[in-house]
Structure formats: structure tokens, C-alpha cells
Design a binder for this molecule. Structure first.
Ligand SMILES: *Cc1c(COP(=O)(O)O)cnc(C)c1O
Length: 379
């Protein structure tokens, strides 16, 4: 289906094409200079000491869980209102996800209060997720982590370039993980980045993400090493030079495109707040500078969401749901026991995500808003 107004779109152009061609012509496709430059530039942009490029954020989250030393039996507190990969990564490490609720219908990030209620003697880590690029309450989460000796790993998949009190999201915890999947704010197709200020964490992430080999192909190519040892079971979670080249160009556009997303979000909020009570608008007032990744609304209680989305579709406008909560999926319902999550359940049943991307025009936002109004009357 070709949409009149798509949910997401990519700001790709000649610069990305040139960058990819340059890599192909260099005849060095992975673990090289371009990836190293992408890592350095990304670390600089988010304000982290180290950045380790990974093949996708799911791999990066898994790597962070392993490097953090999570073991079978360890409990890890995570929101249920997230993409399922956040939770799967905890299971890969053999640890036990414990679902926490979100704050409220105006703040869809994980609730520190709910996290506190779930801390037990077995809790080892917290994995907050910056929903839509909006900051979790990191002061409260770090305070809990400090008090109970827990590791914090931020799922910052939505939040490259976002900040709270001037500090980049993804740099608050022991590690933060970003996604460069093709619908994210910085897109390379597949790809991701693990950032940390901890030298040892970065060294271990780099080692384990590259087969736990003590020397790299690049070093051998450069004549720095003849052989290597393997000291534990590693993974291949590397990013290649082609994607890194796209990432370097996309990184240059990030700030401008995030600004555009924030500006369009402001327009949506102003237009839709006229709808008055009933229609929920999360994050209208929120601390920090968001990455404006998603534009969520909450339908009035009792509205038929499928009918609403069908109406939008009939106008050629693509909408989505972020997210079907993880605890409701058939595997997770059985595999992960959970306590009640009333706010998550209420919000997840009413949430609809509207189109938001840097190429969207003000006029298109106007079209979407008009369609929302009509759909609310008719659904
Ligand atoms: C996209 C996403 C991921 C997974 O990212 P990949 O790079 O596709 O593995 C994880 N968590 C959240 C919240 C996401 O939106």
C-alpha cells in the first residue's frame, strides 16, 4: 500500500550514496576506519567516553546484559510498554525480566515508584526505555540503583540526540544502547551503538562483540598482530563499514532532524489540544529535550481503535501502535510471571501513533489532525 502520509520516512540523499560508494571502492568492508570514525563521532555527539558500534540494538542490549554480568536467577526490572527486544535481550542473558508499570497517561516512561515496588534481594539491574525519545526519570532511577547496588542499562533506541538536564540520554546508566533500524531517527538499515563511560565495560563489549578474539582482523591487516587467543565465548555483533558510512552522514543530520521532529510535535500538540478532554496527549509537558521519535495519542476510553485506524487508513494516513505490551504476548504471558500493570494496560489499549518524520510538512500535520478529528467523530 502506498500511503498519502506514511508513519515514518527517511532523510537520505546523495551524501549517503557517495559515502557507501566510497566504502565499496576502498575494498575494506568491515571493522575498519569508517566504523571507528562513526563510533568517535557518535560518542562525541551524545557525550559518552566510549561508543561501540553493533549490528543492531537487540545485539547491543544483549551484549550490555552479558558485560554487566547478568546471570541466570538475576532479576531485571524493565517496562512492559516497550519493543519486545528490550525484554528478549534480558532472556538471552539467562536473567529474569520483571515488568514495571509506566508513570501515567501523560508520561509513558517506566515509573520509578513501580520499579521500587519490584526490587527484591535478587534484583541486579534496571533497563529503562526512553519511550518516543522522551526521558525516563533518570534521577529517581539512578537513586534507586545506587541505593540497591543495581546496574542501569538504558534502552535509548528512540533517543539519539535527546537529553535530560543537558545530559545525553543513553549516558546516564552504566551503558546505553541506540538503534539505527530503518525507522529510527538515525537510520542505517540495521545497526546500533552501545555507549558507556566505563573503560572496562567498553573494552569487554568490544571484545565480546567480536568473537572474544584478542586481536582484530584490522590489526592483523595493519601488521600489528599475527594471531589471536579466545578467552571466553564471544559473539559477532559488529557493524560493517557500509552501514557506518551511512551512519556518519545521518549523524550530521541528526540535530537538525530532531529539531524538526520537535517542532512538528509542538504543532500536533497545539492543534490536538483543542480537542479538549478525552483525547490523551502524552508528553505535552515533559522534562528534557526529546528526540521526537514518536507522536503518540490516547483515544478517549471506549473508542474503537481498529475503527479509528481504519478511518485514518481510508484517508491514506498510516498509523501504528506503540506498543502491544510485552506481558500480553503469548510467549511472555507464560514465560514471564508478572504483577498487575494497570496504567500500561489502559494506555496500551488506547494508544495510536501518528505520522512523524523530518520530511513531514506542516500542511500534512494539518491533514492528519483533520483526519483525527473526523475519525474521533465517526469511530
Ligand atoms: C527498535 C527498538 C529496539 C531494537 O532495535 P534493533 O536495532 O532493531 O535491534 C529495541 N528497543 C526499542 C525500544 C526499539 O524501538
Amino acid at each position: 500500500m502506498t500511503w498519502n502520509i506514511a508513519l515514518a520516512d527517511l532523510d537520505l540523499g546523495q551524501a549517503e550514496e557517495d559515502a557507501v560508494l566510497a566504502v565499496l571502492r576502498s575494498r575494506w568492508l568491515t571493522s575498519g576506519e569508517v566504523t571507528r570514525r562513526f563510533e568517535e563521532a557518535f560518542a562525541g555527539q551524545v557525550g559518552a567516553r566510549h561508543a561501540v558500534a553493533v549490528s543492531n540494538a537487540t545485539a547491543g542490549l544483549h551484549l550490555a546484559c552479558v558485560v554487566a554480568g547478568l546471570q541466570p536467577g538475576d532479576e531485571v526490572i524493565v517496562p512492559s510498554l516497550t519493543f519486545v527486544a528490550t525484554v528478549a535481550a534480558i532472556l538471552y542473558a539467562g536473567a529474569k525480566p520483571v515488568f514495571a508499570d509506566i508513570v501515567s497517561e501523560t508520561d509513558l516512561t517506566v515509573s520509578p515508584q513501580s520499579i521500587a515496588e519490584r526490587i527484591t534481594a535478587r534484583t541486579r539491574a534496571i533497563v529503562p526505555m526512553h519511550y518516543g525519545g522522551y526521558a525516563c526519570d533518570m534521577d529517581a532511577i539512578l537513586a534507586l540503583a545506587g541505593k540497591h547496588g543495581l546496574v542501569v542499562i538504558e534502552d535509548a533506541a528512540h533517543a539519539p540526540g535527546a537529553s535530560l538536564d543537558g545530559r545525553g540520554l543513553g549516558t546516564w546508566g552504566r551503558a546505553g544502547v541506540f538503534s539505527f533500524f530503518s525507522n529510527k531517527n538515525l537510520a542505517t538499515g540495521e545497526g546500533g551503538m552501545l555507549v558507556t563511560d566505563d573503560d572496562e565495560f567498553a573494552r569487554r563489549a568490544r571484545l565480546l562483540g567480536s568473537h572474544a578474539m584478542t586481536s582484530l582482523t584490522w590489526d592483523r591487516h595493519q601488521g600489528h598482530a599475527w594471531s589471536y587467543d579466545v578467552t571466553e565465548v564471544g559473539f559477532n555483533y559488529r557493524l560493517d563499514e557500509i552501514r557506518s558510512a551511512i551512519g556518519l552522514v545521518q549523524l550530521e543530520k541528526l540535530e537538525r532532524n530532531n529539531q524538526r521532529r520537535r517542532s512538528l510535535t509542538g504543532l500536533y500538540h497545539r492543534e490536538l489540544s483543542i480537542e479538549g478532554p478525552g483525547l490523551g496527549l502524552p508528553f505535552v509537558k515533559h522534562r528534557g529535550q526529546s528526540a521526537g521519535h514518536l507522536m503518540p495519542i490516547l483515544l478517549p476510553p471506549g473508542k474503537d481503535r481498529i475503527k479509528f485506524m481504519e478511518h485514518m487508513k481510508s484517508k491514506g494516513i498510516q498509523t501504528s501502535i506503540h506498543y502491544p505490551p510485552a506481558h500480553g504476548f503469548s510467549y511472555y504471558r507464560v514465560a514471564v510471571e508478572h504483577q498487575s500493570l494497570p496504567v500500561t494496560e489502559d494506555v496500551a489499549a488506547r494508544e495510536v501513533t501518528l505520522p512523524l518524520h523530518p520530511l513531514l510538512s506542516e500542511a500534512q500535520v494539518g491533514e492528519v489532525v483533520a483526519a483525527v478529528r473526523a475519525a474521533l467523530r465517526e469511530s
